[in-house]
Design a binder for this molecule. Structure first.
Ligand code: AMP
Length: 285
């Protein structure tokens, strides 16, 4: 069954009766696609109650970014979640799906809210270097959602890899008792990672966008074959519209060392005003 709450007060009334159940959270900004739904499926498998939050978080957008035009499609989102709930109820009749979709921003940031959760180190490079206030916005909202929803498990997509590392660091540093699960990137059949921002692309941009996943794949092949990938990266950065393209230690986003076990090939490709993120994890052994 699916329950929908738009205020903390109503959600709290429900949550206080759940003391013995495991609760999974899938935090989203809505406009749900198969990527988001894969996180929900996993949460349903692993928890009695799965809470999908839908909140377009103003704090993680920079002043010139797309907060106003970010797609808001609550009715379609609820239909997609209901569909999943319907299938899940046949397999797991005892499980519940909850949607927490605050209507008002002050449900999350009450008037006078004046706290920032800010992780150091891993937030300074890549997305953090390009979008200086972004991760403070992400960690502040995720912390708020964790406090409100009170989950045992949280599900995030590898698609936003640096975000996953930042959230893991926040959870570790603040001793937050929530298991963080990072799930694989869901892609279109042509390789493009699903993203709510793909719909900003024109038809011609959509086909140019494939250069992103193809380049990451090329670098992956070079790494697997123990060949040099640095000249390919330099050529790409010189000739194409990358915000960044790097191969880093997947654990801490530092420059890889000999003992690095796993690498992340991570890049942002720019098409007009749209920035497309993607990454691949590859063993370094
Ligand atoms: P968003 O609504 O964009 O903030 O994303 C909510 C969650 O869905 C985040 O944990 C994202 O990493 C995850 N997500 C977004 N796109 C994908 C994808 N293509 N595959 C898997 N997870 C995704």
């Amino acid at each position: 069954m699916i329950r929908i709450y738009t205020t903390q007060k109503d959600y709290n009334l429900y949550r206080t009766n759940l003391t013995h159940n495991s609760v999974g959270i899938v935090a989203t900004m809505g406009n749900l696609h198969e990527g988001h739904l894969s996180l929900l499926q996993k949460s349903i498998e692993e928890n009695t109650v799965s809470v999908v939050t839908i909140f377009v978080n103003p704090k993680q957008f920079g002043p010139t970014e797309d907060f106003d035009k970010y797609p808001r499609t609550l009715d379609e989102d609820l239909n997609k979640i209901s569909n999943i709930a319907l299938h899940a109820s046949a397999q797991y009749p005892e499980k519940e799906i909850v949607v927490f979709a605050p209507k008002n921003i002050d449900e999350i940031y009450p008037i006078g809210f004046n706290t920032i959760i800010s992780v150091g180190g891993v937030t300074q490079s890549l997305e953090g270097a390009k979008r200086p206030t972004h991760f403070d916005g992400v960690t502040t909202v995720v912390y708020r959602l964790f406090k409100i929803v009170n989950p045992s498990n949280a599900y995030f997509g590898q698609k936003d890899y640096q975000q996953c590392i930042v959230i893991k660091k926040m959870v570790e540093d603040l001793s937050i008792n929530i298991n963080i699960h990072i799930l694989p990137i869901i892609r279109n059949s042509d390789g493009l990672a699903l993203s709510s921002r793909n719909q900003y692309l024109s038809e011609s941009e959509r086909s140019i966008a494939l250069h992103l996943s193809r380049t990451l794949k090329q670098i992956e092949m070079l790494i697997k074959n123990k060949k040099d990938y640095t000249s390919l990266i330099s050529d790409e950065l010189r000739n194409n519209k990358w915000d960044y393209l790097e191969v880093l230690d997947s654990k801490n986003l530092a420059f890889p060392q000999n003992q690095t076990k796993e690498l992340v090939i991570i890049g942002v490709y720019k098409l007009g005003s749209t920035r497309l993120l993607d990454n691949i994890l590859v063993s370094n052994l």
